[in-house]
Every structure is written in C-alpha cells, then in structure tokens.
Design a protein around this ligand. Structure first.
Ligand code: NAP
Length: 333
C-alpha cells in the first residue's frame, strides 16, 4: 500500500531570489513522470547536491526543487516488465536532483532506463558510499585505460584526493596496481589517503606551478582531476608523452590557463568525464566493475552515514572542501 505523501528536503526560491531549504512532505502524485516509483533507502552527498541545495543556477533553475543526484532503494511500483516491486536498484545522475526532483526524498519516480539493477555483489548502503563519486571515479579510470594508461606506464596523480571522487579514484587505482600520488589541501588527510593505498601524498602547493612555463618536467603517466583551474593545467603540463588526464571537476575553478604545447609536443590527451549523462552501456559496465574486480574492501571506512535530518549543515562543509571521503544519507534505511 503506497502512502499519499512522502517526506523530502525541498528547496524554494522566493520572488526576491532568496533560496531556502526545509524538510517537508509532498504528495506522491506531485512526483515527476516516469514508469518506476522507487522507495529510497539511501542517498548521498555530492558537491553538485550542495550547489543544488543553494539554488545554483548552473545545476537547477526549477523551483521548488528536491536535490539529490543519487538514490538507492527498492522498486515500489513499476509500469515496465524490466522491474517489479521489491527489486533493489540504483539511480544516479541524468537530470535527477538537477532540474528534476531527486533523492533527498522517501520516494522518487524516474524513467525506467535511468535505473541500474543493484549488482549482485553490492548492497544498498555500499551503492551509496560509491554513488556518483565512485561512479565518476570509475569513468575516469575507464578513460585512462582507454588511452592505454595502464599500471606499468607510471605514476597517476589524483587531485582533490580527500574528496568523494578523489578518494574513490585513489582507492580503486591503488587496488588495480597503479602507483598513485594523491594531492590534497588537507594535512589531516595524509594518513587516510595512505590507508586507501596512495603511494605518496603531497600538498596542493607542490603541484600548483605558477612559473608560467608551458611544459614542466614530465612525471605523470596519467591523472584524475576533480579540481580544474591551475591545478588541472599544472597536471597537464607535467604529463609525460602519450599520457592522459581525465578531468571531471571544478572544485578549484573553471578556467584552464594552458598552451597547446602539452598536446602537440607530448601527445597528452585531456579527456572529459560526465557521469550524469553517461551512455547506458558504459553506465551498466561501470557499475558491474565497481561491484566486481574494482570492489573496495575499505568502502565502510570511506563514508560517514548520517540521518536525513543531519544533511543541511553538510552543504556548506562540502562547498568549503572540508569533507574527507564520502557522506551517505540514510533516508528510509
Ligand atoms: N563530471 C562529472 O560527472 C562529475 C561527477 C561528480 C563530481 N564532479 C565534480 O568533481 C568535483 C569533486 O566532487 P566531489 O563530490 O568529490 O566533491 P568533494 O567531496 O567536495 O571533493 C572535492 C575536493 O576538491 C578539493 N578542493 C576543494 N576546494 C578546492 C580548491 N579551492 N582548490 C583546490 N582543491 C580544492 C578538496 O580536496 P583536498 O582537500 O584533498 O585537496 C575537496 O575535498 C566537483 O567539482 C564536482 O562538481 C563531476
């Protein structure tokens, strides 16, 4: 029996442009259209969720809005044969939690092809420890592999290493046998990053070269960048011939102060990663790998689980770069 109403975290914007968020209830029939209704057990906190919660126009322009780009739960009602009530499922990205109501709610309704059946070797809490962050890290690693950046090619640099995507990338790359150099602005995160498998942990200043030289001494076989700006430019300038940097983030800036020399003299590849609209076949393959040979033994130590009610203060923390690892949110449990 379905309830008439569900609890959610709703973000509103008044006529003066003031954005505010609060816990409230909405009617189930107000959920957006879609073939599958899902009872949300867990969600998670991503940088993008905090932007949505603050009304960032680059993420969401439609109010009232329910953020939450991630949800894991069970099917409550289905209009397609692929899913039946009770199936455990994951939904990440697309427009969910961006211009469409998302996972900070007891229920979501989505198109059936947005849903990934929960892989056999993953449970719902683990799926949300990974969430968009783990999935994005997986896509970055897939991009490196596609450019033949394999463990024997040399060191991989990961920026924003203590954050959600960064820490997942460090841990999975280390598990796969890469020598990982983790770059972090948090002195307190060095031990944590070593415990995830980083061979070396360096401060942001060590990477951020402001000499203006178009090319730096080539060190990296590849890299995963979650920061953007000067950090990404420095990583590209210090990448060796035929290396590859997978760029997915902008926690430190959106510009890219660079010349073309790394591309035309060293054949460095800069590859963009977008988890939200990732094609379906790669989406399913990547979740299968996250639950398979990429599955991390240390998942439980990579996240703090918080009750739904404790979510709002976390938005400022993640925007200020103060969170280490992942935050998973218990909604229905
Ligand atoms: N393209 C995609 O599909 C996709 C998917 C997921 C996330 N993202 C993006 O990836 C980035 C990371 O997301 P997340 O959820 O992992 O966020 P997060 O947990 O907040 O991690 C970001 C990390 O970046 C570092 N950082 C923060 N501010 C910085 C600054 N001003 N300069 C340099 N480093 C800074 C911090 O790590 P340290 O303290 O360790 O340096 C921080 O923990 C965000 O920009 C997000 O929008 C993109």
């Amino acid at each position: 029996m379905l309830p008439n109403e569900f609890r959610c975290y709703l973000v509103t914007k008044d006529d003066n442009g003031n954005v505010a968020g609060q816990f409230t209830t909405r009617r189930l029939d107000e959920l957006p259209e879609g073939e599958v209704l899902i009872r949300v057990a867990y969600s998670s906190l991503n940088y993008k969720d905090a932007l949505a919660a603050k009304g960032h126009p680059g993420v969401n322009k439609v109010f009232p809005h329910i953020p939450g780009v991630d949800a894991a739960g069970t099917v409550a009602q289905s209009g397609v044969y692929e899913f039946v009530a009770g199936d455990p499922v994951i939904v990440t990205g697309f427009d969910m939690g961006a211009n469409r109501w998302g996972g900070y709610a007891e229920y979501i309704r989505v198109p059936h092809d947005w849903i990934v059946p929960l892989p056999q070797d993953l449970n719902l809490p683990e799926a949300m420890v990974l969430g968009t962050a783990g999935f994005t890290a997986g896509l970055c690693i897939d991009a490196l592999e596609s450019h033949d950046v394999l463990p024997e090619r040399g060191e991989i640099v990961v920026s924003g290493a203590s954050g959600g995507v960064g820490s997942m990338a460090v841990a999975i790359l280390a598990k796969l046998g890469y020598r990982v150099v983790a770059v972090t602005g948090k002195p307190s995160a060095h031990d944590y990053l070593r415990s995830l498998g980083a061979a070396e942990v360096v401060g942001r200043d060590a990477l951020d070269d402001s000499s203006g030289k178009p090319l730096l001494s080539g060190r990296w076989a590849g890299g995963v960048d979650t920061v953007g700006g000067k950090m990404l430019a420095s990583m590209i300038r210090a990448t060796r011939h035929s290396g590859c940097i997978a760029a997915c983030g902008m926690a430190g800036g959106t510009d890219l102060p660079l010349t073309v020399y790394p591309f035309i003299l060293r054949a460095v590849a800069l590859t963009g990663v977008d988890a939200a609209w990732c094609r379906l076949s790669l989406r399913h393959e990547t979740w299968a790998r996250l639950a398979g040979n990429w599955k991390l033994d240390c998942l439980d130590k990579m996240a703090q689980f918080i009750p739904f009610e404790d979510l709002p203060p976390k938005f400022d923390e993640i925007l200020a770069g103060r969170i280490t690892g992942r935050v998973a949110v218990t909604i229905g449990g």
